[in-house]
Design a protein around this ligand. Sequence first.
Ligand code: GUN
Ligand code: ZN
Length: 437
Amino acid sequence: MAISDAHLLRGRILSFRRRPDGPDDTKAFRYIEDGAVLMASGSIIALGSFNEVLADAPESVPVTDHRPHLITAGFIDPHIHFPQAQVIASWADQLLDWLNDYTFPAEIRFADKAHGERIAKGFFDALIGHGTTTAVAYCSSHPNSVDAYFEEAGRRGMRMIGGKTMMDRGAPEALCDTAQSSYDESKALLEKWRGRGRALYAITPRFAITSTPAQLEAAGALLSEHPDCHLQTHLSENPNEIAYTKELYPDAPDYLGVYESYGLLGPKSLFGHCIHLEPREKTRMAETGSVAVFCPTSNLFLGSGLFDKAGLEGQGIRTAIATDVGGGTNYSLLRTLDEGFKILQLQRQRLHPLETFYWATLGNAEALSLSDKIGNLEPGSEADVIVLNARATQAMALRMETVETLAEELFVLQTLGDDRAVAETYVAGNAQKGSGR
Ligand code: GUN
Ligand code: ZN
């Protein structure tokens, strides 16, 4: 083999093949003690034992030895707000007050392209620092902010999804577009960005409260004209939000019914939160293959409620797990898994760490219909790889003295870890966090 930019990573390898059925389902993943990943031209070329991969690698391939750390696929964050990088950690009331008090004022500043560019740098640094290699983001309602977002993603070679937030009422003038301008601007942006480098576009009506029926109709038209795009919005997060939505859309059978009547449901549709769904809504989510996105740190921070993972999945609803920064309180998928674990504990749902790590990687890739490209380390996948150090802090190292199994180690990472536990983040084969940066 003669690929000029080949690079071999040595370490303990964890790569999921599918969702683990339970703690003993070892066929759901590959775990290799002395393993290697061979990357070239942005993709994974080979995965296996170090000796085997080295034997087939180009002569004198550079080797980075990450032992004793764990090498796995980059984390995927399927719901995050780029213009909320300076909203995170604001002393909040519940959802609607938090939006008015902190979020809308912060998003107004993204009318200025230079502001968006500066925040984009910090936002992407935070993603990389926390081991997130793909995210699905809401930009602000200003097309400028979408350009700033994708330009920064492009500089870093990241597979990022995002879109202009469509909102034509219920917010300050300076944030509101119109049904027609939101259609025109979103169309121009998606034609400009989707498929450029690794960029993908998400049509992004914020939620029913900030969209007139005409705007949701425009979003539905865009989606039917561009079925390769994702759609993202918020659904059933907070009781006051739900009640107000029903006032604004009195003819809809329920909250999801609003989106349904404009053709917004489907397998590429991502609905943030889905906490207080009614039986009909659950049935329609399942029937349409729509995705319910769990945002645990946000749901706790805004006092929104408890996501019923087992109940939703038991009905056949696809799920994902995300940070929802800045309603969410941390960029880290490790912190997110920990808080998600606790929310499920309160409902007597005991999530196993093999399943949580599957969820944050391959599970989220499947929820985005991107598992042929990202989410694990199988040959042919894009080379988005992270290196996790379960002894990153003194307290973690002390706890690790008694750890004997992979599952125990994952649980330590999830419960005690954050960006300090991410030793390196490779994006399309390039080290972007640690010494390689
Ligand atoms: N609902 C509408 N907009 C938002 C937002 O920015 N964050 C959250 N958590 N919920 C929303
Ligand atoms: Zn959100």
